[in-house]
Design a protein around this ligand. Sequence first.
Ligand code: HEC
Ligand code: HEC
Length: 290
Amino acid sequence: MLPMGAPKTVLLTVAALGLAGAAAGALVVYGGLYNVAATVQHTQPVHSLLETAMHQSVKLRARNIEPPRLDDERLVMRGAACFRDKCVQCHGAPGVAQGDIGKSMQPLPGPLVDARHHWKPRELYWITRHGIKMSGMPAWEHRMSEEDLWAVVAFLARLPDLTPQQYAEATRTEPPGVQGLLAAPACGAASGAAPAHPGDVRRGARAIFQYACNACHTIPGVTSSSPNVGPPLEGIGGRSLIAGKLANTPDNMVRWLRHTHEVDRLTAMPEMGVTEQDARDIAAYLATLR
Ligand code: HEC
Ligand code: HEC
């Protein structure tokens, strides 16, 4: 016969184990036991676990993306320029070592020469656009146009076939030589593009942390370490002036965000290279903070 107390014992054991686990976790976190130094590697099992989780996450989220045609030579050349401008410092290229920033990061940004063997084009697009949280891989969504993102993917597909000489040729910045070879076209920033739609509150909320506004401002609805470099933006939508200078209208907010130093030459707020559309979206979000 089963003693009446058995289910209770099981429950108590589970609860005790749970508590012990939580206590161990708290000790690691609050006791500072986890070493965050980038001079210490993850162990191989931890590294493999994190990598698998990352792969599966990308696969799942990229599964419905339809890639455009990627074999157009101009697209590949444009991708080469984007790769040179935005990726080489961390990932390196054929015959080019990564810069100091990329060399000692943990996890290490690998050479992307074999990326096409590990990832489908739609997954490379997703990674480039959204970045990888807690790895140091930046999101390029607000730094590169849609076409540039795909251009880089087109270039990554070609990368394994390039010799160091061909890579150097594809990414040189000098004007075309006597031979008439085309130099890589510039990686076009979309900052001059006209806004395609009126300010969108939801896009604005996302754009805010993609432009690092929360590095200086505490902003309701945006996660941050509660910085106090710039004024907190709580209630900004209800204030009458922006930075004590401009009437608080949507157009003036866009002006402040895009041409900060034109409005106030001496302000400590930097110009963040915000595109017209992103500024409209951010202004729409800030207007909701009352
Ligand atoms: C500031 C450094 C940095 C820059 C700049 C950078 N990356 Fe990364 N990238 C990383 C790091 C760190 C990882 C994560 C490596 C890991 O988890 O194994 C990564 C991972 C990746 C991966 C996944 C690689 C794999 O197979 O694990 C791809 C693809 C990628 N980056 C593409 C790009 C592209 C394209 C650009 C340029 C538009 C770029 N990266 C710019 C740091 C950078
Ligand atoms: C490096 C720090 C820094 C960053 C990054 C930054 N700001 Fe600022 N911001 C400031 C400072 C400092 C001020 C105060 C400027 C002044 O009054 O002269 C300010 C002022 C402002 C104001 C006016 C506030 C008021 O009380 O009138 C707004 C709105 C604002 N910032 C929004 C943004 C947004 C949106 C971003 C991102 C696109 C951003 N800031 C990025 C430092 C920063």
